[in-house]
Design a protein around this ligand. Sequence first.
Ligand SMILES: CC(C)(COP(=O)(O)OP(=O)(O)OC[C@H]1O[C@@H](n2cnc3c(N)ncnc32)[C@H](O)[C@@H]1OP(=O)(O)O)[C@@H](O)C(=O)NCCC(=O)NCCS
Length: 177
Amino acid sequence: MNLRFTPMTEADARDILAWRYEGQYATYNSPDPALGADFDALAELLDTRSPHFAVREQEQADAPPIGFFAYGSACEVGGAGTEGLDTPYLLRPDGSLTIGLGLRPDLTGQHRGLALVEDGLAFARERYQPSLFRLYVFSWNERALRVYKRAGFSSVGVTRITPPEGERVFIEMTRPV
Ligand SMILES: CC(C)(COP(=O)(O)OP(=O)(O)OC[C@H]1O[C@@H](n2cnc3c(N)ncnc32)[C@H](O)[C@@H]1OP(=O)(O)O)[C@@H](O)C(=O)NCCC(=O)NCCS
């Protein structure tokens, strides 16, 4: 692994919550209105039951994060396959692990995402020994889809959610460990 993963601190979380993506990617800006006005984004980033990690270059331990990685229920979409589970959680009962991630806005589009994904999978393989990796990605997000396919993920389904802002369509992807 080339990147350095450290458990999310409050300072890192506040930094990441202030990130602002542009154009169509602005939908990833926090807070996400689809999660409701009462949703506490800071608390979610700091909840170790579905842990989030700040990611940095190895030699830049004191610099702001270049990305984040999340594991478990915080990354689930739609609820299928997780009925009856108490949240937050890390692994589903079948041992599979749902992941989420993001590069800092100014670093996107520079072919840095694949290294982040691969290191995030390696980190989780070692730390959590999942049976399978899963992720959900907006169907329109061709840039992310390309990176995930390159990292070995394949599409296994479509998940639609309908918050007040309008329907959102996600591709569910999995990859063997
Ligand atoms: C998703 C993410 C990890 C992708 O990493 P990245 O380093 O930005 O992606 P890359 O620069 O490697 O681009 C991947 C591919 O998409 C292509 N691409 C870039 N912008 C594109 C666009 N708007 N439409 C279609 N393809 C696009 C690139 O040309 C590249 O293709 P190539 O490798 O065949 O040349 C990163 O952008 C990110 O974290 N973004 C945050 C917001 C987000 O989309 N989150 C997804 C959460 S599921």
